[in-house]
Design a binder for this molecule. Structure first.
Ligand code: NAD
Length: 356
């Protein structure tokens, strides 16, 4: 029986429309192969929404995302809207969308494809085979804690986590580890911070619900060092908001190319799936962007939002095959390219490998 999923599509600005078009091209092919039917509902966000409605996050988008099973998002922003008041800028629309969706877990994989080991700034033998998932708590911690203020001669922020916030993000990390190599490394600063000791104690409690998963702990300063020294030691990294912000960016750069990496923001409700890069106004409209980060985001959506593991794996395998055979968009063209492709060519190639 055909299974049906309703996907909210937010193409956004710059290269957003072209990369989303390639992702839906690939989704439609995998859908046919795996008996899945996708109903798309397009919504406006960012600059295009400002142009059409005057605001970056229109009510129709707010209502629309609630009716979807998942949202696939391209990117927003561009120089055209940079001089607007902050609350009217495209980026404010994205923050408002995330807050509306209540996505408290940010999942950022750092994958190094064998064919692109030379794209990394680290040595090939250090990064070859890296496959890390950083699970970052997104809506708590020091970025949101109260009180916070700048006073005359001092300024302060508050790092606070509740038991429930730690429990729910820990479960996300352990659930993901169960679908991977069953190892979680929880990163904190428990040697200095009470809030980190609290975090650590709760993670240890939650780990008892997952006896198959091996739990280790690491201080954040050491984790930063280990990510560069020996990134292959990690499977799932679980961490709070500020540490995750820093570590996920460091981890993503192991791969050497921003055009390859997907992300997911999930919570109790609908999840948001998007590439980690922005709208790349410098190359927009030329059909030369790399759609693989967005196609990978669609694969994450199949896996984490719908539980369609086979379809997700097929997309991941097709991407690997395309890279193995030397297909490259311009951003990765310097690394063992055999065929230089446009954005739409790359979508076609991934679709072709899916059908092979
Ligand atoms: P960016 O990620 O858009 O671009 C950085 C560089 O990477 C550019 O040279 C760009 O051409 C290149 N690049 C990015 N994605 C690529 C892809 N798929 N294929 C090939 N090359 C790619 O970051 P930026 O230049 O700092 O920001 C541009 C705009 O995007 C700004 O308005 C910014 O606010 C916005 N932005 C949006 C998001 C988002 O929508 N989630 C994230 C970051 C930045």
């Amino acid at each position: 029986m055909v299974k049906k999923y309703k996907i909210g599509l937010i193409k956004g600005d710059g290269i957003g429309p072209e990369i989303i078009d390639e992702a839906t091209k690939v989704l439609n092919v995998v859908g046919k192969i795996c008996d899945l039917e996708f109903e798309y509902s397009e919504m406006l966000l960012g600059g295009v929404a400002i142009d059409a409605t005057g605001v970056p996050f229109p009510d129709a988008t707010r209502d629309g995302v609630d009716k979807c099973d998942a949202v696939l998002f391209g990117a927003i922003g561009g120089p055209k809207w940079d001089n607007l008041d902050r609350h009217l800028r495209p980026e404010s629309g994205l923050l408002a969308l995330r807050s509306h969706m209540g996505t408290f877990a940010n999942l950022r994989p750092a994958i190094v494809y064998d064919e692109l080991v030379n794209a990394s700034t680290l040595k090939a033998e250090v990064v070859s085979g890296v496959d890390i998932m950083v699970v970052r708590e997104l809506t708590g911690g020091i970025y949101f804690g109260q009180p916070r203020a700048i006073e005359n001669d001092r300024a302060f922020n508050t790092m606070v986590y509740t038991r429930e916030e730690v429990q729910r993000i820990a479960r996300v990390a352990f659930d993901i580890a169960m679908k991977r190599d069953k190892r979680v490394c929880s990163v904190d600063k428990a040697n200095v911070l009470e809030v980190s000791q609290f975090w650590r104690d709760i993670v240890i409690e939650i780990a008892k619900e997952y006896p198959e998963v091996e739990l280790t702990h690491m201080y954040v300063d050491n984790a930063a060092m280990q990510l560069i020294r020996n990134p292959k030691q990690f499977d799932v990294i679980l961490t709070g908001n500020i540490f995750g912000d820093i570590l996920s960016d460091a981890a993503s750069m192991l791969s050497g190319s921003i055009g390859l990496l997907p992300s997911a923001s999930t919570g109790a409700g609908v999840g948001l799936y998007e590439p980690i890069h922005g709208s790349a106004p410098d190359i927009a409209g030329q059909n030369i962007s790399n759609p693989l980060a967005t196609i990978s985001s669609a694969s994450m959506m199949l896996k984490y939002a719908f539980g369609e593991l086979e379809a997700s794996q097929k997309i991941d395998d097709a991407i690997k095959s395309a890279l193995r055979d030397g297909y490259r968009t311009g951003d990765i063209g310097a690394y063992d390219a055999k065929v230089l492709c446009s954005c739409s060519d790359m979508g076609d190639i991934v679709a072709k490998y899916l059908m092979a």
